[in-house]
Write a protein that binds this ligand. Structure first.
Ligand code: HEC
Length: 279
């Protein structure tokens, strides 16, 4: 009798928990990112080279004036699994930047054109300078931003399945954030130096809307609308966050195939071994 009551109580508690989780989650301050079917989602998804190349243009022409990308090296742009520019193109990009190097024989630092081995140069020499130029807010390094942010709050018991097929939504978050600036609703007072963005936790962000559409010329003829540019730069940042994703997925697939064949073999071994035993 006692056991039955305890079991019943446990079932009720679990049920309430399952119902309550999404209710609490939906009370979060920010809006869920708008879903977008990126080419790199799911167990077989791969990056779209042309999209990464466009996203690189958006990043370097717009975002790079405030944000660093410390973990990106110019040679990465020509490596397999990324935008796959030619080595000549990557060299040409690098040479457009002045890199501080040294010290030379006189003990002085000097600048020289960038090389493939250089990291993408940061817009500010240090955090203090970055803050001073941005109303005391620090534009974060964007190398890992797509992994550091999630796009949506699903209850824990469906979240792993959603992540398997749609990722963590970090790219969707960046896409929504960049293209989702709005006029603040009537009941909100305009805050000095901040912009209203429903996708940002707390809604007020210290980044002015960086894109408005037609910010960069696309060489491949893709229309450079605000949404398109935001999508492309989000895809590019997803690659910077996960530069080995394509390789990882290929290895994962091979491992699964291997295990499948192995399981089949072991099953046949079991049949053969036990076939001579009376049972
Ligand atoms: C004028 C400078 C400026 C430009 C240009 C700019 N940003 Fe920002 N960005 C900022 C600042 C400042 C913050 C910090 C905002 C805060 O913490 O309130 C920020 C924050 C962010 C964040 C983090 C939001 C979070 O969840 O913490 C992302 C992502 C981002 N920017 C992406 C971009 C992208 C992509 C571009 C190019 C399309 C871009 N930014 C262009 C200044 C800029």
């Amino acid at each position: 009798m006692m056991n039955r009551i305890i079991r019943m109580l446990a079932a009720v508690a679990l049920g309430l928990g399952l119902i309550a989780t999404p209710v609490f989650a939906s009370g979060a301050a920010r809006k869920n990112a708008e879903d977008h079917a990126f080419s790199f989602e799911g167990p077989f998804g791969q990056f779209d080279r042309a999209q990464l190349q466009r996203g690189w243009e958006v990043f370097r022409q717009v975002c790079a004036s405030c944000h660093s990308l410390n973990y990106l090296r110019f040679r990465n742009l020509a490596e397999p699994g990324g935008p796959e520019f030619t080595v000549e193109q990557a060299k040409a990009f690098a040479s457009q930047y002045d890199i501080t190097d040294g010290p030379n024989d006189e003990g002085e630092m000097f600048t020289r054109p960038g090389r493939l081995s250089d990291a993408f140069p940061a817009p500010y020499p240090n955090e203090q300078a970055a803050k001073a130029a941005n109303n005391n807010a620090l534009p974060p390094d964007l190398s890992l931003i797509v992994k550091a942010r999630e796009g949506w709050d699903y209850p824990w018991y469906v979240s792993p399945i959603i992540k398997l097929f749609k990722g963590n939504g970090g790219a969707e978050y960046v896409r929504s954030l960049i293209s989702g600036f709005e006029e603040p609703p009537a009941h909100e007072e305009q805050k000095e130096g901040l912009s209203y963005n429903p996708y940002f936790p707390g809604h007020w962000i210290a980044m002015p809307p960086p894109l408005s559409g037609e910010d960069v010329e696309y060489k491949d003829g893709t229309p450079n609308t605000l949404k398109q540019e935001a999508t492309d730069v989000a895809a590019f940042l997803a690659w910077v966050s996960m530069p080995k994703m394509e390789e990882r997925k290929k290895i994962g697939l091979m491992a699964m195939l291997y295990l499948l064949v192995f399981a089949l073999l072991m099953y046949m071994v079991k049949l053969a071994l036990w076939s001579k035993v009376e049972h």
